[in-house]
Design a protein around this ligand. Structure first.
Ligand SMILES: C[S@@+](CC[C@H](N)C(=O)[O-])C[C@H]1O[C@@H](n2cnc3c(N)ncnc32)[C@H](O)[C@@H]1O
Length: 221
């Protein structure tokens, strides 16, 4: 169960005053909650609206996602990409991505989405950028590696978004409770110390890092 960082009624108010969740996304979220273990992995309507806003702000054409699950966040991105925009989404679990595919087929934006099945580190090694948005939302122990590859693949005007960086508040624990907590703490330190980028940690849902390349790094590429 994820702790809510804000009062549930404030969360509901924010959701009710942000862009409306599409019918396909709502049905996908509801089926995920009915049928899947750990349905709370879905980012949900408020963070989904935030992802869409980020993609719109950078006029995204190409999006890379690490962690598809049942496809909710991929569909959010697809809904704001232009007709010829593309999102590649990576996951190693064929059963959750099978559900994703049924909803991608129902959406007028599903043709923009390609699922890359397999361990994400292997998929990323063969990936060529640049991507305008990179969303990292998979196994936490590999977060630093995903981040390092994302910095190589991000376009100069692009944005890297990394989910669950507060990890239910467990990032405050010293020593860390487990390997995932330690990995997220390490990521948060590594990104803050990386002179190639600017970063802000937003307290949306379970915490989202918003990262963009700095001027000098853009010029060097
Ligand atoms: C938090 S869920 C993604 C949720 C999704 N972004 C959404 O909002 O609907 C994390 C996903 O990462 C996938 N995953 C975990 N480790 C992975 C790995 N090493 N390679 C690829 N996918 C992985 C899991 O199968 C799971 O579906």
């Amino acid at each position: 169960m994820m702790k809510s960082l804000v009062l549930p009624e404030i969360e509901a108010y924010a959701e009710a005053h942000s862009m409306i969740e599409s019918d396909v996304c709502r049905q996908l979220r509801e089926e995920t909650y009915r049928t899947m273990e750990c349905p709370q992995m879905v980012v949900g309507p408020l963070e989904g609206a935030f992802l869409k806003m980020m993609a719109q702000l950078v006029c995204a054409q190409h999006v890379l996602e690490i962690g598809t699950f049942t496809g909710y966040s991929a569909l959010c991105f697809a809904e704001v990409l232009p007709h010829d925009g593309k999102i590649v989404t990576c996951d190693s679990d064929p059963s959750s991505t099978d559900l994703a595919k049924t909803y991608f087929r129902q959406s007028p934006h599903g043709h923009k989405i390609t699922i890359q099945l397999g361990p994400a580190l292997e998929s990323l090694a063969n990936m060529t950028g640049p991507f305008d948005v990179i969303f990292i939302d998979a196994d936490k122990v590999n977060y630093v590696k995903y981040y390092q590859r994302a910095v190589e693949l991000i376009s100069p005007q692009g944005v890297i978004l990394i989910d669950n960086v507060l990890w239910n508040g467990d990032v405050m624990c010293d020593p860390p409770l487990d390997a995932s907590t330690a990995a997220i703490q390490e990521l948060n330190r590594v990104v803050r110390a990386d002179s190639r980028v600017s970063v802000v940690l937003l307290t949306i849902r379970d915490g989202v890092l918003v990262i963009t390349p700095n001027r000098a790094y853009k010029a060097s590429r």
